[in-house]
Ligand binder design. Structure first.
Ligand SMILES: Nc1ncnc2c1ncn2[C@@H]1O[C@H](COP(=O)(O)OP(=O)(O)OP(=O)(O)O)[C@@H](O)[C@H]1O
Length: 300
């Protein structure tokens, strides 16, 4: 079984700008994978390279074993990418647009049941006969996601699918995408909502300045980094010197300390007690993917 995605030593230059710097990445079939990184890290460039919209300066990329340059048609048919902009004839209604898109990739009437599923999964059933021009911005966005899925591709790339989308669609979209993943589709997601990546994705790559700076299971990333935060309400100017190295943040009268094990809480409290500092409130939270992300992106 070929991997869903195989990327070997890929570089991409835009003039002098080295946007993708020697990426190696294998994503197996059936994974729910997150590609994260700050603005300008190179995520969209990598996705555009996968979709054959850009050519790598060097290196190779393949989708389900098909090289995206030499075997473009086959690779493209196996991939569903939400386009940056809707490309459709404005006179089509939603169902016609989806059918047309599927037809472009060689699917015929046998695909109609799938199109019904997409319409339902994205909450578009009652808009199926509405002209594309007449859709609201949010509905157009749903149609855009539908367009990427219309030919039932085994590998689905969602680039910021929930940016600017309301809560209802977000929930609906995730339910639908989770089901597709359960049915065997490989999902690759880029998002700035790290909570989404944390709850949905089993493996994460973090990119920075064209490179992958972390690649691991979500669980390992969360475990590897300092995993707890202790928030204390106290006078920040009186924090004993021994505790300063643990300090991570200070806001609204709370000081946040990073700790690795619960046993350390006792140590912190003893120090505060002996310095005669009153703690007015105390909260203990697990670090999340956002903390890991900030730590990694800062550290490189
Ligand atoms: N067509 C292009 N021509 C020139 N430079 C480009 C082009 N596309 C992207 N870049 C540059 O390549 C770098 C990577 O951009 P890219 O859009 O891949 O980042 P990103 O990680 O997707 O960011 P964001 O989270 O903001 O979408 C940036 O410095 C960007 O300005």
């Amino acid at each position: 079984m070929p991997p869903a995605i195989q990327i070997d030593q890929v570089h991409k230059f835009f003039g002098k700008l080295h946007a993708v710097r020697g990426i190696d990445l294998t994503i197996e079939q059936g994974e729910f994978f997150a590609l994260l990184g700050p603005n300008g890290a190179g995520k969209s460039t990598l996705i555009n390279l996968l979709a054959g919209l850009l050519r790598p300066t060097s290196g190779t990329l393949s989708v389900m074993g098909h090289n995206v340059v030499d075997d473009y048609r086959a690779a493209r048919r196996l991939l569903g990418v939400v386009p940056q902009e809707l490309v459709f004839d404005p006179f089509f209604n939603v169902r016609e647009m989806l059918r047309f898109q599927a037809g472009y990739f060689g699917r015929g009437p046998e695909n109609d049941a799938w199109i019904d599923e997409i319409l339902e999964g994205l909450g578009l059933t009652d808009k199926a006969n509405t002209n594309m021009r007449a859709l609201s911005g949010g509905m157009k966005r749903r149609a855009l996601i539908g367009q990427a899925l219309a030919h039932k591709p085994p590998v689905i790339v969602l680039d910021e699918p929930t940016a600017g989308v309301d809560v209802e669609l977000r929930q609906m979209l995730w339910q639908f995408i989770k089901r597709l993943n359960k049915d065997g589709h490989t999902i690759i997601l880029t998002t700035h909502y790290l909570e989404e990546a944390e709850t949905l994705c089993s493996r994460v790559a973090m990119m920075k300045q064209g490179e992958i700076v972390a690649l691991d299971s979500t669980r390992n990333l969360l475990d590897r980094f300092q995993s707890k935060q202790l928030k204390l309400k106290l006078d920040p100017n009186r924090l004993p010197e021994e505790l300063l190295p643990l300090k991570r943040a200070e806001e609204n009268g709370y000081v946040t300390l990073g700790i690795t094990q619960t046993g350390e809480i006792e140590h912190v409290l003893t120090k505060l007690r002996s310095a005669d500092i009153t703690v007015k409130d105390l909260q203990l939270t697990e670090a999340d993917l956002e903390d890991v992300f900030i730590e990694i992106v800062r550290g490189h």
